[in-house]
Write a protein that binds this ligand. Structure first.
Ligand SMILES: Cc1cc2nc3c(=O)[nH]c(=O)nc-3n(C[C@H](O)[C@H](O)[C@H](O)COP(=O)(O)OP(=O)(O)OC[C@H]3O[C@@H](n4cnc5c(N)ncnc54)[C@H](O)[C@@H]3O)c2cc1C
Length: 391
């Protein structure tokens, strides 16, 4: 920290350390060279290429916060946010692959796994195995703790039976954090988290969703039929799964904020470029004040969304309270992404409406930001609860 007459000068929120700057450049370079050329095909085929997933592992993007002793990068949560933002600037599907792995799966293990579980799972998650996070069900979305997936204690193991819906990364994943209830009569106090492997008997990945956006990101149903989970694979304490869900989602939201900032930025850059190239009435449309003012408004909102997201991530890394800021960041960034991508479609005119051009995909990809990891109404509820001191 620089000092001036003995008074520490606060650093700007967006000031990056040397490590952060070079990491951001590394990810941005990767996104441009290794992701961008495949984006359109991935969207059309609704497929995440295996070699791209491997490349994410190769670059260390799948174990950002995993300690170096377990094969990870031993970096900060803020680094994950930088990675997700840079990837989403090019492709929101690759961004959410990396986001779920780091901000939900690895994060839950960092907080709650036993040393033995960390030894067993971290090296795999850092080097080669995708993880997924399974809370939602057909009958329980916003009301997440009304889940019906049942866990039965069988002594040396638990048996899980039920279905999970909307599970990101499910097609690629080897390891799943699955929330199930030991006793529905206990309400949220029955919910328990389990580390479930794809190879466990009674576990299957079901139907894949055909989606509006983030089409290359797999979203599938999970089918558990008497799925045998060893006792040592309970994550945290039995009956405390709700705590794991709340805490990881509080942090995960910052990652979605970063994804939305990236989506907005990616679309905005295209709009800025196009406005300077497209000629109407004998001059580039960027010469019209209405277009200039629009670009200025959008840039301002992206800046605000980025500041909110970075601040929430920095608060989390500093061990300060961040729940309200995280919910605000996700809510604001997802609204910003909706506005920016919609306006960029307009800047492109008819071309914006055509699949020949890249902006309609940004418009489709952003919508999920207002739905997953808590809908916009759920974010408003979190913010209001914090304001009213109702924790
Ligand atoms: C692409 C995608 C990927 C996903 N990935 C995952 C994943 O990896 N893991 C996982 O567990 N889940 C995942 N989800 C599920 C996601 O978290 C849920 O869809 C989300 O929580 C909303 O639940 P729902 O779809 O049941 O909507 P509902 O809860 O039925 O909500 C419908 C509408 O009602 C509103 N509403 C509901 N209750 C209230 C209330 N009390 N007050 C005001 N408004 C209310 C909501 O805001 C929303 O607008 C994913 C979803 C999608 C679309």
């Amino acid at each position: 920290m620089t000092q001036s007459e003995g008074v520490p000068r606060s650093l700007p929120l967006t000031d990056l350390s040397e490590d952060e700057r070079s990491f951001r450049e590394l990810v941005s370079d990767f996104a441009e060279k290794e992701v961008r050329p495949h984006v359109r095909r991935m969207d059309e085929e609704a497929k995440m290429p295996k070699d791209l997933v491997e490349a994410c592992f190769g670059l260390g993007l799948m174990g950002i916060e995993i300690p170096e002793a377990h094969g990870g990068a031993g970096a900060t949560f803020f680094m994950s946010v930088l990675a997700v933002e840079q990837l989403a600037r090019v492709d929101a599907s690759v961004a959410v692959l990396v986001d779920v792995q780091n901000t939900l799966v690895n994060n839950a293990l960092l907080r709650y796994a036993t040393d033995d579980q960390k030894r067993r799972y971290f090296p795999r998650l850092a080097a080669r195995e995708v993880g997924a996070y399974a809370l939602s069900e057909a009958g329980s979305g916003s009301d997440a703790f009304a889940l019906a997936c049942r866990a039965t204690d069988r002594g040396d193991h638990y048996e899980l039976t039920g279905r999970k819906l909307w599970i990101t990364n499910a097609a690629e994943a080897e390891v799943f954090i699955v929330m199930a209830t030991l006793d529905p009569a206990k309400g949220y106090k029955g919910i328990t988290s389990f580390l479930v492997e794809k190879s466990f008997p009674g576990f299957a990945v079901g139907k894949k969703e055909d989606k509006l956006g983030i089409r290359a990101s797999s979203t599938c149903e999970l089918v558990l039929e008497g799925c045998k989970v060893p006792r040592e694979n309970v994550l945290g304490e039995p009956g405390k799964g709700y705590k794991i869900a709340i805490e990881t989602l509080n942090e995960g939201r910052i990652g979605i904020g970063a994804q939305m900032v990236g989506v907005a930025q990616g679309a905005f850059e295209l709009g800025l470029q196009y406005a300077q190239e497209r000629q109407q009435f004998g001059k580039p449309i960027a010469e019209f004040q209405a277009v200039q003012f629009l670009l200025a408004e959008l840039a301002m909102k992206i800046e605000a969304a980025r500041l909110m997201t970075y601040n929430a991530a920095r608060l989390r890394d500093a061990g300060a309270s961040f729940v309200k800021e995280a919910a605000m960041a996700k809510l604001f960034a997802s609204r910003t992404a909706e506005e920016v991508t919609s306006k960029v479609v307009e800047i492109y005119g008819g071309n914006g409406f055509s699949r020949e051009y890249p902006v309609e995909k940004f418009f489709r990809d952003q919508k999920v930001g207002q739905i997953y990891e808590g809908t916009s109404n759920m974010q408003l509820m979190v913010i209001a609860k914090q304001l009213l001191g109702r924790l």
